[in-house]
Design a protein around this ligand. Structure first.
Ligand SMILES: O=C(O)C(=O)C[C@]1(C(=O)O)C=C[C@@H](O)C=C1
Length: 302
């Protein structure tokens, strides 16, 4: 049985995602995203389940930074879960003055809190479940949590189905040390992090390498390189799999252009959306073009 570290403690949305991505495996909570990733790097876990992007609040920066620093890890699977929160309080609490949660969660219920708990001060916690632990310990009056949290902590439900945006979703990754890649399915996502040299037009040039090969982006985030103020690295997700000739061609071109390029994985998309293939940018066209050049080099064609 594989050992899967997840961003915990028990009762987070990430635990729910881990149950989808690693059904039947041993799930081990880690207090932070960084610790979940470190457990894999140190060989204490075979894989880690971490949140990567939310449809309302955007990138989970701790995951992006955690994947681009230290030893490489690659994503081998993803899950997308709907995100509706429960608000829980300590039994017997009559006045809610503080309400705690993960910053991503608080950002997704701002309107609800303003309308329903206008006097309460929002407080950031390391995860939604950590907020529930804090309420139980008496540190806060209420917590914004995943619906399953109430099964783990002896708290009282104030409200369920709380979400400012009704179809909010979070995407989670299962990451492991580089090794065998998942097979291509035609509905795949590839992720990279690219640091380009800091001069006019470099980001446009990187994106053009993808666009000119008909590769559709699914996400673009920038994070500071940290060593030089004003310099960024770009997290780029796009349709396709590293086993495909069109993607191989694009990655080789990016490798030439980047100061630093890290491959973060190719895996099936949770939503099953198949790659958009532009005319002339299908894999057969790339194979045919390479075969033509080979024939020219051998003197068989001109
Ligand atoms: O705290 C949790 O329950 C998490 O799994 C983290 C997280 C996030 O990072 O976005 C996951 C889903 C929700 O969007 C809120 C919080």
């Amino acid at each position: 049985m594989a050992r899967i570290a997840y961003f915990g403690p028990q009762g987070t949305f990430t635990e729910q995602a881990a149950r989808v991505l690693a059904a039947g495996d041993e799930l081990v909570p880690a207090e932070t995203i960084r610790l979940a990733l470190t457990a894999v790097r140190h060989g204490e876990a075979d894989a880690a389940c971490v949140p990567v992007e939310n449809s309302v609040e955007g990138a989970v920066t701790a995951t992006l930074d955690g994947l681009s620093d230290a030893d490489p890890l690659v994503a081998v699977a993803e899950a997308i879960l709907p995100v509706h929160f429960s608000v829980l309080k300590r039994p017997g609490t009559t006045e809610i003055r503080t309400v705690a949660s993960h910053p991503h969660a608080l950002a997704q219920v701002r309107d609800w809190l303003e309308a329903n708990l206008p006097g309460a001060t929002p407080v950031a916690s390391s995860s939604t479940a950590a907020a529930a632990v804090g309420v139980h310990a008496g540190d806060f009056d209420a917590a914004v949590t995943a619906p399953v949290a109430v099964e783990h902590y002896p708290l009282e439900v104030v409200a369920t189905g709380v979400a400012d945006v009704s179809d909010a979703r979070t995407r989670f990754l299962l990451v492991r040390k580089p090794g065998e890649l998942p097979e291509p399915t035609g509905a795949d996502r590839t992720s990279i992090v690219a640091a380009a040299v800091n001069r006019t037009g470099t980001l446009a040039e990187l994106l053009t390498e993808l666009a000119s090969r008909g590769i559709n982006l699914t996400r673009l985030d920038a994070r500071p390189t940290r060593d030089n103020f004003g310099e960024y690295r770009f997290f780029i997700d796009f349709e396709g799999h590293v086993a495909e000739p069109r993607i191989i061609d694009a990655l080789a071109a990016l490798r030439r252009r980047c100061r630093n390029l890290r491959f973060l994985g190719s895996h099936p998309r949770a939503d099953g959306i198949r790659s958009t293939i532009e005319p002339g940018a299908d894999n057969d066209s790339f194979l045919d073009a390479t075969a033509w050049v080979d024939a020219v080099r051998k003197g068989d064609l001109a």
